[in-house]
Every structure is written in C-alpha cells, then in structure tokens.
Design a protein around this ligand. Structure first.
Ligand SMILES: [Zn+2]
Length: 120
C-alpha cells in the first residue's frame, strides 16, 4: 500500500487549489455518461482529509441523474478537479481527480477499479 501523505491539487488555471491526505490506494474510474467524457481517475477521501485552499467563488456545481454528487468545475478553465458526495452511510466525502494533482505518482492503470456507473 502506498504511504499516506498530503497531495496538492488544482484546476488548470490555478484558481481552485486544495490539499487532500490519502494513500491513493483505491483509484477508480467510471463509465457513466459524464465520467466517460471526462476521462478522470478518482480517489475517494473523507471530507475531513480535504481542504479547499482557494477558488470557492470560482466553482460551478453541476448535477445530473440522482443529483447526489456535486460535480464542481472551475468557471474560468472548466476543469473538474474534485467532486463532493456521500458514502452509503451518509458520510461526506470528496472524490479528487488524481489527474489534477501536482505531485501524484504516475497512475498505474492496471490497479484502477472500474466502477460500472453506466448501469449503477
Ligand atoms: Zn481554473
């Protein structure tokens, strides 16, 4: 298991910046109608392990289907660097876009779990 540390993420223009503390141990992609277009790799982190440093005023909240997940993208550059949601027990969590981290190790695609969001 990779070690737990604090990663820095940001949108493309840098207005939206955050830190997330995680081991990047459960990477996931998804084939739902949005994720398929986005092509992102996600890591779920408990909300308390996530801190938005800047750009709250730049975030646009896009929701679809059950409207349960806040897909937050930067209004200036269009990049969704994270999303907010809840787990099955109702705990707040953040899905960080691993491709938006400044300093993440290279993603080994063979280790990614494939979520079948298209049929969930
Ligand atoms: Zn931006």
């Amino acid at each position: 298991m990779p070690e737990t540390r604090t990663y820095h993420g940001q949108c493309h223009c840098g207005a939206v910046r955050y830190t997330a503390t995680t081991d990047l141990g459960s990477l996931m992609d998804c084939n739902c109608s949005r994720c398929r277009r986005l092509g992102w790799v996600m890591q779920s982190v408990p909300a308390e392990n996530f801190e938005l440093l800047s750009g709250a005023d730049k975030l646009v909240d896009y929701r679809f289907n059950t409207k349960a997940i806040q897909h937050l993208f930067c209004r200036d550059c269009g990049i969704e660097s994270f999303a907010r949601g809840q787990d099955r027990e109702g705990r707040e969590l953040v899905m960080i876009n691993v491709n938006a981290l400044d300093d993440a190790p290279a993603v080994d695609r063979a280790t990614i779990m494939h979520w079948n969001g298209a049929e969930a």
